[in-house]
Design a protein around this ligand. Structure first.
Ligand code: NAD
Length: 434
């Protein structure tokens, strides 16, 4: 199959490289010339484990190409995947479809033969209908069809997720689109990855429902963590106690500083807008969003409390800035409100992240100390705050850390240390929900 992927970000690049690895001919198109220039030099514009070697091997085999121009990518294409961003629209939380519609308009004006247009971007219910209309209104050839194929990969494990998905979801209202997508995913189908065919609107909604449900699990366990702190229980044991129940499952039950990332925050907001537009009150998702916002905004207060009520004039070391480990993605990371609030409250903040420093800079206040490594971050700190559970932060030499610090406060927002070991080293230890 000949595939074009429009948008070469976390989803588009991984999808394109994996499709090429399945044996398809793939061209990834991106408007950002810097990204394409980097890819042509085999440098990755994003940090994703294993992506560089996957891209390199498929480029060498002549199956994966990069370009800033859509037109030369299109001849003979069977399917065009739209994988551009759908961020929150400023001010109202609707998914901003500007990039999707611009890409579809350009596609309609450029195509000279019918293709299957596939939305991989997360898009509100009914976007496929609008895409059909844009194609028609802008002169796309007769016979183009539109399908929804939402992506469920996780950053940090994106290639494994793409190649071994829990399911492949295909929303299409006609057989020809279904047949093309079945053929594209045939290598996974042979591996018995469940392939679920639904209507286009159902597929569009399923993606939002999945993210909202996972966000709900996180907000739920965070709420239980607060309750555990108040009543003297341990949230990790509670999570295990409920997670071993097959009906609940153990994943997404880690209490922490609130969910962030490029998907949950914007997709829960967009789902609320979809519901609002449809005249439906989604009370659970509403509460999930509120609980999470409050949680993220409450983390600086935890550090304050651990330091005896004020961070003014205190030095705080923050380890981990990205919204989770194994990615450089900073979108809606809990570190953003935390560091900004600490700074506002008068703290000297020393930050370190193994890969996210460059991506973090635009989100962070002036006057931080950008540390060279975790040891540099810790130097002279009154409090050490673990925000992202990178592996290298799991195995800190606590004795040496304490010696390098000025104070002895350890705020562990990811519960990666045990109270006993932290206290044995001499720390005053504040975990989450324990
Ligand atoms: P991203 O911001 O990393 O990448 C989007 C890319 O699209 C950018 O490189 C941008 O330059 C490019 N682009 C925008 N308009 C273009 C156009 N007209 N032509 C060519 N290129 C264009 O976004 P992402 O994180 O990969 O997310 C893409 C979509 O996938 C979103 O809808 C997101 O919700 C969804 N999604 C993301 C993830 C994730 O983990 N990041 C997971 C599942 C689904």
């Amino acid at each position: 199959m000949k595939i074009v992927v429009i948008g070469t970000g976390y989803v588009g690049l991984v999808s394109g490289a994996c499709f090429a690895d399945f044996g398809h001919q793939v061209t990834c198109v991106d408007k950002d010339p810097k990204k394409i220039e980097m890819l042509e030099r085999n440098e990755m514009p994003i940090w994703e484990p294993g992506l560089d070697s996957l891209v390199e091997s498929n480029v060498k085999k002549g199956r994966l190409h990069f370009t800033t121009e859509l037109a030369p990518a299109l001849p003979d294409a069977d399917a065009v995947f739209i994988a551009v961003g759908t961020p929150s629209r400023r001010g109202d939380g609707h998914a901003d479809l500007t990039y999707v519609y611009a890409a579809v308009k350009e596609l309609a004006e450029t195509l000279d033969h019918p293709v299957v247009v596939v939305t991989k971007s997360t898009v509100p219910v009914g976007t496929g209908d609008e895409i059909e209309k844009i194609l028609k209104d802008n002169g796309a050839p007769e016979g183009c069809t539109v399908a929804s194929n939402p992506e469920f990969l996780r950053e940090g494990a994106a290639i494994a997720d793409f190649k071994h998905p829990d399911r492949i979801l295909i929303g299409a209202n006609d057989d020809s689109a279904r047949d093309v997508l079945r053929e594209i995913y045939r290598p996974l189908f042979l591996n018995k990855a469940p392939m679920l065919f639904t209507s286009r609107r159902t597929a569009e909604l399923t993606k939002y429902a999945a993210n909202a449900f996972l966000a709900t699990k996180i907000s739920f366990i965070n709420e239980m963590a607060d309750l555990c702190e108040a009543v003297g229980a341990d949230v990790q044991d509670v999570a295990r106690g409920i997670g071993l129940d097959n009906r609940i499952g153990p994943k997404f039950l880690h209490a922490g500083p609130g969910y962030g990332g490029s998907c949950f925050p914007k997709d829960t907001l967009a789902l609320l807008k979809i519901a609002e537009d449809a005249g439906v009150d989604n009370q659970i998702v509403n509460a999930v969003v509120k609980v999470n916002d409050d949680r993220k905004n409450g983390m600086a207060g935890r550090v304050e409390k651990a330091l005896g009520g004020s961070v003014d004039g205190k030095t705080v070391a923050v380890l981990g800035l990205t919204f989770k480990p194994n990615t450089d993605d900073m979108r809606d990371a809990p570190s953003i409100p935390l560091v900004n609030m600490l700074k506002e409250k008068g703290a000297d903040v020393r930050v370190f992240d193994p890969v996210g420093m460059d991506m973090a800079r635009p989100h962070m206040p002036e006057g931080l100390h950008w540390a060279a490594d975790e040891n540099d971050a810790i130097k002279g700190a009154d409090a050490l705050v673990i925000v992202t559970e990178w592996d290298e932060f799991r195995a800190l030499d606590l004795d040496a850390a304490l010696e390098a610090m000025n104070g002895n406060v350890l705020v562990d927002l990811r519960n990666i240390y045990g109270r006993a070991e932290a206290e044995r080293a001499g720390f005053s230890y504040t975990p989450i929900g324990r």
